[in-house]
Design a protein around this ligand. Sequence first.
Ligand SMILES: Nc1ncnc2c1ncn2[C@@H]1O[C@H](COP(=O)(O)OP(=O)(O)O)[C@@H](O)[C@H]1O
Ligand SMILES: [Mg+2]
Length: 402
Amino acid sequence: MTRTTVLVTEVHPGEGEEVAQVLVQSGEIEVIAYAQDALEAAQAAYRLRPDAAVLWADLPGMSALELCDLIVRTAPEVAPVVLTRANAPDLTVEAMMAGARAVVRESDIARLPAILAELQQVRQQLPRESIQAVTDTAKAPVLVAVVGTKGGIGKTTIAVNLAVLLARKHGEKVALVDIPGQLSDAHVFLDLTPRHSFGSLAEVSAFDADFVARIMSVHESGVHYLAATGDSAGEQMARSSEVTVELASQVLAALKRRFTAVVLDCPLSYWPLASYVLRRTHVVIAVATLEDMAALRSALSLRELLLSAGLDDERVVPLVNKVRRGSPLTVEDFERVTGWASPVSVPEDEKNCAAALNEGVPLVLRTPGSPAAEVLARLSLHVLQKARLAAGMSTGKPQVTA
Ligand SMILES: Nc1ncnc2c1ncn2[C@@H]1O[C@H](COP(=O)(O)OP(=O)(O)O)[C@@H](O)[C@H]1O
Ligand SMILES: [Mg+2]
């Protein structure tokens, strides 16, 4: 274990050595510098970047508050710890407001090594991924939802294959999630038998990101799958009401801690849940077919529904599935009726889609060269880029009126 490096200060001659003596006795702390006034302390913190700076509150040159603030701004990785001569509750609050990580009374100085060790532990527990998720937009987790107003149009096919492509082709850590509200069946496409589900999380009072990741089923592509609710159809429908918006918000937040891309197969049947989930996603893939006029009208309703939930066209990727040459309705008809321009067009490929489903091997793994799989591969790059861009920009804005 590397030792904690500390800058100490002194107001009265010899005081710095006394503090240093207490610290080094623990065997885990190395005192790397002394400073005798506030400016010197700030300069040393900036130059040497110790893990912590132990600062007497009455260090000459500036107030302890000003000094903490200065160190936090110029050397943010240095933890300022303020030492006070007497019990001063006001000073404690103010020092914390100025960025001190701890305030310790002179009479409690024996506790200083333990406090520094604790601070260091908190800091080391922070994984690199957590920092990257905040600072590096290329690593920001993205949420992508697949929706449609009708059954049997290929929503789950798209969600499953997109998840597999994001894992395999783009190296993302991927979660595939069945949002409750329909009989979930993504596991059939992946030949998985989930033992737990979204619904199981409704039964536990509290859970963290690791817990959620642990109960998911893992596909050989690396995709982690979370089913909607229990296995039997009756149980699924009965229990989908247990999945509240609050639970969904907990689960999504947990998934964002463990995965870099979360693909949601999101039914629209329970609108409070669906609209909440959709508002939180970075990109929504709106799936439709060209079957007949009713299908096109239904796609128009979907566009209106998404707009009503605050999802403007910027965040939506319209997708027309099962496109057949020579069919009476065309992609142009889709554009005219819905007002959605240039949808992604996935060709019909009944033979390969059916075989992929029956064998439990996703299309993009089973026949990567097939026309539908090739379109999905291009879609995965487009969606990932679009979602990362959205995730790197600001978060949503609350709708408020003055
Ligand atoms: N591009 C396609 N060409 C042919 N069949 C497809 C295509 N996409 C999906 N299918 C098939 O359509 C059926 C319904 O797909 P599914 O993804 O379960 O739809 P949904 O989730 O919208 O109910 C499945 O049998 C699937 O294999
Ligand atoms: Mg489905």
